[in-house]
Design a protein. Structure first.
Length: 59
C-alpha cells in the first residue's frame, strides 16, 4: 500500500514538474521567447492585440 501511494505521488510530481516547465515560453509556434502577457512574448502579444483591435474596428 505504501509503495502504491509513493509511486502515485512520485508520478504526479513528475507530471506537474513537466507541465510547469513548458509554460515559460511564448505559446506561438516556434517562438522560444519568455512570456510577456497572456502566454505570448512581447512581440506576439502586441501583434495579436493589433489584430484584435483591427477586427473590432471592422466589425
Amino acid at each position: 500500500m505504501k509503495k502504491r501511494v509513493f509511486t502515485t505521488l512520485l508520478a504526479l510530481g513528475m507530471v506537474l514538474q513537466l507541465t510547469a516547465c513548458s509554460f515559460n515560453t511564448c505559446k506561438e509556434s516556434g517562438c522560444d521567447d519568455e512570456i510577456y502577457e497572456e502566454g505570448y512574448c512581447k512581440y506576439h502579444y502586441y501583434l495579436n492585440a493589433g489584430n484584435e483591435f483591427l477586427k473590432d474596428i471592422i466589425n
